[in-house]
Design a protein around this ligand. Sequence first.
Ligand SMILES: Cc1ncc(COP(=O)(O)O)c(C=O)c1O
Length: 415
Amino acid sequence: MRKTLPDDGRGWQAIEREMLEFRKDDVDWRNGRMPFQIWYGGDDIFDVQKKAYTLFMQENGGGAGKAFKSLKAMEDGVIDFGAGILRGPDAVGHITSGGSESIFVAMKAARDWGRANKPAIKDPEVVVPFSGHPTFNRAAQYLGLTIKRVPVGKDFRADVPAMAKAITPNTIALVGSAVCFPYGVIDPIEDLAKVARDRDLWLHVDACVAGYQAPFARELGYPVPDFDFTVPGVTSISADLHKYGFGAKGTSTVLYRNADFEKHQPFEFTEWPMGHFSNPNVASTRPGGSIAAAWAVMNYLGRDGYLKLNKRLMGMRDQYIAGINGIDGIRINGTPHSLIITYSASSPDVDMNVVSDEMGARGWWIGRLVQPPGIMLGLSLPHEPVREEYLDHLRASVAKSRTTKTKAKAAKASY
Ligand SMILES: Cc1ncc(COP(=O)(O)O)c(C=O)c1O
């Protein structure tokens, strides 16, 4: 039965009780049961996020720089920090509501750059590795672009020669990920950038996951291939603050090599009663809280804070990798560059769908990989104390798979 709005309002305590009750069937992410969607850096960061968010919760990011100079100051600060981390001395950009919006507006900018610079192209195409986020296709549907997906190589990274072959006279842009969600690897951005330069194409790097993580891992000595503005030919980068930047949900950044590329992002309009309307974002009203929380968390952590946190997280990741590779019958896919790892069967008698079902029955929410069948894990602090338990359950699930005659149903999407 549909609910109707209550005639009389209720007190907060009763409301809070009911809201907490809604949570009872949620996945227990605080105890590391959730492999993605939660990227948690600790209660202290959460506290800073909350305080900063509520301080600016009523202010509207749509008025940043006009009514709300505060939000503009913080947004500019965050973009400056981002440009520093992604090593773009002339980089400019914007805060968006998330990775999907960052990709969307970058594709809009690429399309309009194509219209300005390649006017003969009427049906623009973008070449994306198979591992690229679905939002490239979603944005393409909205924007009138055609996406060409190209299978990845044996190392699960973009196959650059194959992508070069997929370029046609209609191609305006290439995409690479750093890291891609399904495999956690950074595509060969330097090679992609060379193709982009040679063919005069826009190159977007989707660093939504690792844009604010991999640079710190590199600084700690981990082998992280260059994917940022130090690579000539990289035109735009999407990098999420609400993942490993540890901002509040609803915060990402999109950066361009320079203002000449960024100028294609805003929507400009005059044909209505209130004159010139200009907006770089998809939404008009934007939460001031998410801008404030991002600025506050970045200042709270500083470079040193990100380094310390990443040292802990990457160390934990290495232990997960060693633990998983130590289980007979499964192995890590490729060489992960960040905190996402995925694994698949290395033996024909292990059925990853059975393993997934078994892990699910033991209370773990499973990130199911379909090609190849496997499991993904996006690690953050809640996964630290449960590592041994996870590995024990995984060992038992793999063993069960070997003795299970009936095959599990094909993987169900879990994302
Ligand atoms: C590589 C990559 N790009 C883009 C996105 C979309 O980001 P969002 O969920 O913030 O819209 C994700 C989400 O996980 C991602 O992993």
